[in-house]
Write a protein that binds this ligand. Structure first.
Ligand code: CTP
Length: 413
């Protein structure tokens, strides 16, 4: 279930061609369990009909401050009082200029001005031509709106409806949804840097063949996403997977265990937390052929021999930063049976304060999982649920450990 489930959002549309994306956004919000009240300016109605937005939100759309359907004729007051936020998408240059001056000559800007600032945050998704976005007047307005406590989302970059290319596109619906989820996530990891490894590694036999494993990377990507939403600065070192990079996360793609170790060593200095979810191949072919190994007519099969890969987690856990408590290391264990016993032994073997066990064959490629958190004092279960929810719970748990044990955590007995 999305963290947005049960929220009540006023979705405001001002005038801009990006309004077509607001239809998709409305649908995605409703699908996430949000109650959506759409409010449109007159300019927005030139780009999108109220009929479409009503059908998608399942609620009558409001477009005028003179609308008499609300009690006491005060739509600008009643429509936003129970809202968890007002989200204006698209927010045009003109609408932002209007907000800046506290003008209120139509329903949407009137609602923004009349909202109780402490209870109903205002979030803007700007959308405009690149020259309008770059104009000093717009940039000045954005800076002042932020200073006034209004949350202004980034703009996208790329082809624009006017035929030009540059900054100013409205973010895509799924990007806005992700930023909205981040907005509502408690910032328990603000100021922390988190490094995550995820996915399988691929060990080449020759230029066209190799050995790998069934890890999908989904749990690691969910953890990177949850850490970023909790306010952390996140670097994700990913083996070969085709998953979408979580917003705001810096991603480094690698292939082999050796590449992964190198990337970890480059990025681990200055990190506060290291979460190793990657299913690193234990062995690699001793010799990777430079050319494709061809069949010959003898019927002989190639003889492969293997060497052991470096243990990335154990290497990092031995570093001075981890040993002094400046770096909190978390390992994962994908087991097939006897989870508690294997996870307990693996935590000590890897030299980490926290090890998260899961049953690999039950979870590879799935969106759900169940986790067992094992530390020096015992084990705690995070029951079966979506990987994204488990990742949020794990990040909260890690944040608590960082606060409670600052400077004093260790592997323990
Ligand atoms: N790990 C690592 N480098 C390796 C092997 C494992 O960093 N070469 C990390 C994984 O990312 C995970 C933890 O160590 O956090 C445990 O991985 P797992 O594959 O379960 O354990 P192994 O050490 O490979 O032990 P075994 O395969 O015998 O269970």
């Amino acid at each position: 279930m999305s963290t947005l489930a049960g929220k009540h959002i006023v979705l405001g549309l001002s005038g801009g061609i990006a309004a077509y994306k607001s239809a998709e956004l409305c649908r995605a919000l409703v699908k996430a369990g949000v109650t959506v009240q759409v409010v449109m300016t007159e300019a927005a109605e030139h780009f999108m009909t109220a009929v479409t937005m009503q059908a998608l939100s399942g609620k009558p759309v409001f477009t005028s401050q003179w609308d008499s359907r609300e009690p006491s004729n005060m739509a600008h007051i009643h429509l936003s009082r129970d809202a968890d936020a007002i989200l204006v998408a698209p927010a045009s240059a003109d609408f932002m200029a209007k907000l800046l001056h506290g003008r209120a000559d139509e329903l949407l800007s009137l609602m923004c001005l009349a909202r109780p600032i402490a209870q109903v945050p205002l979030i803007l998704a700007p959308a405009m031509n690149r020259e309008m976005w770059a104009n000093p007047a717009t940039q000045r307005n954005v800076a002042q709106l932020k200073a006034d406590g209004i949350h202004v989302l980034d703009v996208g970059q790329g082809d624009q409806a006017c035929g030009e290319t540059g900054d100013g596109r409205m973010l895509e619906a799924e990007e806005i949804l992700e930023d909205l989820e981040a907005f509502f996530t408690p910032k328990v990891l603000t100021g922390k840097s988190v490094l995550v490894t995820a996915g399988p590694t691929y060990e080449a036999i020759d230029p066209v063949r190799g050995i790998t494993n069934l890890s999908s990377g989904k749990m690691g990507f969910a953890i990177a996403r949850a850490a970023r939403m909790a306010g952390a600065d996140v670097t994700l070192i990913a083996g070969p997977v085709s998953l979408h990079t979580p917003r705001g996360v810096k991603r480094v793609n690698v292939r082999s265990a050796h590449d992964m170790l190198q990337a970890v060593q480059v990025h681990v200095p200055d990190q506060g937390v290291f979460v190793a979810t990657a299913a690193v191949a234990d062995w690699r072919p001793a010799n990777s052929a430079e050319q494709k190994i061809k069949k010959d007519s003898s019927g002989q099969t190639p003889q492969l021999s293997f060497v052991e890969n470096p243990d990335i987690l154990a290497t990092v856990a031995q570093s001075a930063a981890a040993q002094t408590g400046a770096l909190f290391c978390v390992g994962f264990a994908a087991e097939s049976h006897d989870l508690l016993a294997h996870a307990t032994a693996k935590r000590i073997r890897k030299g980490v304060p926290l090890l998260v066990g899961n049953i690999g064959p039950d979870t590879f490629g799935q969106d759900d999982n169940a986790l067992l958190l094992v530390d020096a004092s015992g084990a705690r279960e995070l029951p079966h649920g979506p990987k994204q929810e488990l990742a949020v719970q794990l990040m909260t748990d890690i944040a608590n450990r960082l606060t409670l044990h600052a400077g004093s955590f260790g592997v323990g007995g």
